[in-house]
Design a protein around this ligand. Structure first.
Ligand code: G3H
Ligand code: ZN
Length: 288
């Protein structure tokens, strides 16, 4: 079955590695990620944005697909089904559908409102054994049409939100969603260290926008207390590239290459390879 993400992330914090959150879009994504993580004995978080849930016809469909697939594939590694960048309404709907972990992204509210809403959701989630991630300070870039400027989080505000009893905390440290621009300044490690001091050694941090950050920066962030790294764009890029190659080579026109089970296979394999590549960087292989 699906589990809360708390235990796997607490262990990661203790063991100085990070758990991967991979966002899912459809059946192929889900299957590729689950199979690869099982093969590598890595605990995993499947992230679902509200846009992706809508695309997959709702939280209940997603929950049914994921839980049935975990069972049918005989997955033994811990799997959390996590709402990514949830709204207040989305958080309630995902909980209702049986999600085992929730991110409430109140970063666009003023801090008082973010705190008030996060506090209520901590109580609700914990009453159901569900983990809760909160966010302070916008993460830059665009995700599902939401554009944020990516200010670094204020360590004092991070401490206030951490004190609400959230299970892990996403804070802007110069990271952005999507592709990084060529002139990107890199992660702000001084801000990261200040936040860590403010929230204390026991509060795991989450690094969003995990696609395209150089590995040495990701590893340094993990060594400074990041215990969960979110990856979405990276798998989309490798899936698209592999699918494009297959079509450009005309393979869809040979034999029954147009059969979706064949057409989507190279992208499926590319997702598996991309998952392995990230798990190696995050250090979570063999930790299940
Ligand atoms: O919440 C999801 C992640 O932050 C994904 O970011 O698309 O840049 O990998 P990414
Ligand atoms: Zn994110």
């Amino acid at each position: 079955g699906l589990v809360s993400a708390k235990e796997m992330i607490d262990k990661a914090l203790e063991g100085h590695y990070a758990i991967a959150q991979f966002n899912i879009n459809n059946l192929e994504w889900t299957k590729a990620i689950l199979l690869e993580c099982e093969e590598l004995k890595a605990p995993v978080i499947l992230g679902v944005s509200e846009g992706a849930a809508k695309y997959m016809t709702g939280f209940k469909t997603v929950h049914a697909m994921v839980s049935a697939m975990v069972e049918a594939l005989g997955i033994t590694v811990p799997v959390a089904l996590h709402l990514d960048h949830g709204t207040w309404e989305g958080a309630h709907a995902a909980l209702e559908a049986g999600f085992s972990s929730i991110m409430f992204d109140g970063s666009h509210y003023d801090i008082e409102e973010n705190i008030a809403k996060t506090k209520e959701l901590v109580a609700l989630c914990h009453s159901k054994g569900v983990s809760l991630e909160a966010e302070v300070g916008g993460i830059g870039g665009e995700e599902d049409g939401v554009i944020s400027t990516g200010e670094c989080a204020d360590p004092k505000e991070c401490a206030e939100v951490a004190a609400l009893g959230v299970d892990f905390l996403a804070c802007g440290i110069g990271n952005i969603h999507g592709k990084y621009p060529a002139n990107w300044a890199g992660l702000q490690f001084d801000v990261l260290a200040n936040i860590k001091d403010a929230i204390g050694p026991k509060m795991p941090m989450v690094l969003h926008g995990g696609s395209g950050i150089p590995d040495d920066q990701v590893k340094k962030a993990i060594s400074l207390g990041v215990s969960k790294v979110n990856v979405n764009t990276e798998l989309q890029l490798v899936f698209a590239a592999a699918t494009r190659k297959y079509i450009e080579e005309g393979k869809d026109q040979q034999g029954k290459g147009y059969d979706p089970r064949k057409l989507l296979k190279p992208g499926f394999e590319a997702i598996k390879a991309g998952v392995k590549d990230r798990l190696e960087c995050f250090g979570s292989i063999g930790k299940a």
